[in-house]
Design a binder for this molecule. Structure first.
Ligand SMILES: Nc1ncnc2c1ncn2[C@@H]1O[C@H](COP(=O)(O)OP(=O)(O)OP(=O)(O)O)[C@@H](O)[C@H]1O
Ligand SMILES: [Mg+2]
Length: 289
């Protein structure tokens, strides 16, 4: 039997309101827009999440492409963080949380029993809202991942990885003379770049960022945004943000969530200038949230 997604792609029900040119009604919660890409790195199909008996994510299907920055936006509590945490199985750490549906990283089902979750999280790294460096030196923060994954053969290689990661995170010049000082002694913006360096040190394929700039001032935010643009050359980035301006500046596609439903996915400019769903329009014009 064809899935809803196959039918959607085949065009048989590609318009939830056939024959109508106005926005899709608020009551319709089927995702509109381009939620697939041609060669996805991640393919999510019918992902549901419950906390106990309370649903938090309802049948979300979306592809994430290579080397794209995709922004996830929506009102507080709509499930952005919950969905992001599905992608590297961070929800495993929450007892009441149950995830169903399929999430494929290339050809691998990440929820299959037997998947090495530590390895998975090195392939799909995460940067959190609040910078959370380990209570260790700057060097140790970055060297930790390569060490536990055995990525460096000797001290020289490890030092090179530390330097490369800090350079790519745009932090090297500020810390090169104080690598043995604690990571927690850096400013908030520097700590966030340290956390990004720590994440990229293990060469992940996908980086999840949950409001990475919300604790930063505009200058530190601008640096992280520039960095995201550069990282895109090598990584796929999924970023949750409350700032529509930020989504516009850094992402190629944007996904709009509403009360656990994925309402609309579209090229960022299109989503903000010409949304197809009434709920998206309500949100971007400030009528909700
Ligand atoms: N650990 C948890 N236990 C129980 N319920 C949770 C938990 N985490 C989130 N929820 C619930 O799941 C829903 C989605 O929450 P989530 O944190 O994913 O939203 P969000 O879109 O990231 O919001 P915000 O923009 O405020 O960060 C909310 O109703 C929230 O109360
Ligand atoms: Mg959140």
């Amino acid at each position: 039997m064809k899935s809803e997604y196959d039918r959607y792609r085949a065009g048989s029900d590609s318009d939830p309101q056939p024959g109508r040119s106005r926005l899709v009604d608020r009551e319709i919660r089927q995702t509109v827009g381009e939620f697939w890409v041609d060669k996805p790195r991640l393919r999510c199909r019918d992902v549901n999440v419950f906390y106990g008996t309370k649903p938090a994510i309802n049948r979300v299907s979306i592809d994430i492409g290579s080397n794209e920055v995709i922004a996830m936006i929506g009102p507080s509590g709509c499930g952005k963080s919950t969905f992001l945490r599905c992608l590297n199985r961070m929800n495993d750490t929450i007892d009441s949380c149950r995830v169903s549906g399929t999430i494929m990283l290339d050809d691998e089902d990440i929820n299959r029993p037997g998947v090495d979750v530590v390895l998975l999280r090195s392939r799909i790294g995460m940067v959190f809202q609040k910078p959370n460096p380990f209570p260790k030196s700057i060097r140790e923060n970055v060297a930790y991942g390569p060490k536990i994954h055995g990525l460096a053969r000797n001290r020289t290689e490890l030092d090179e990885m530390v330097e490369t990661s800090l350079r790519r995170a745009g932090l090297w010049d500020e810390v090169k003379d104080r690598l043995d000082e604690p990571g927690t002694g850096l400013s908030g913006g520097q700590q966030q770049r340290l956390c990004i360096a720590r994440t990229i040190a293990v060469s992940p394929e996908v980086i999840l960022m949950d409001e990475p700039c919300s604790a930063l001032d505009p200058i530190a935010t601008a640096r992280i945004e520039d960095l995201i643009g550069e990282l895109r050359e090598n990584f796929t980035i999924i970023i949750v943000t409350h700032s529509m301006q930020q989504a516009s500046r850094i992402s190629q596609r944007t996904a709009y969530f509403h009360l656990g439903d994925l309402i609309e996915v579209a090229p960022t400019r299109r989503l903000f200038t010409n949304p197809r769903h009434q709920l998206t329009e309500d949100y971007i014009t400030g009528r909700f949230g």
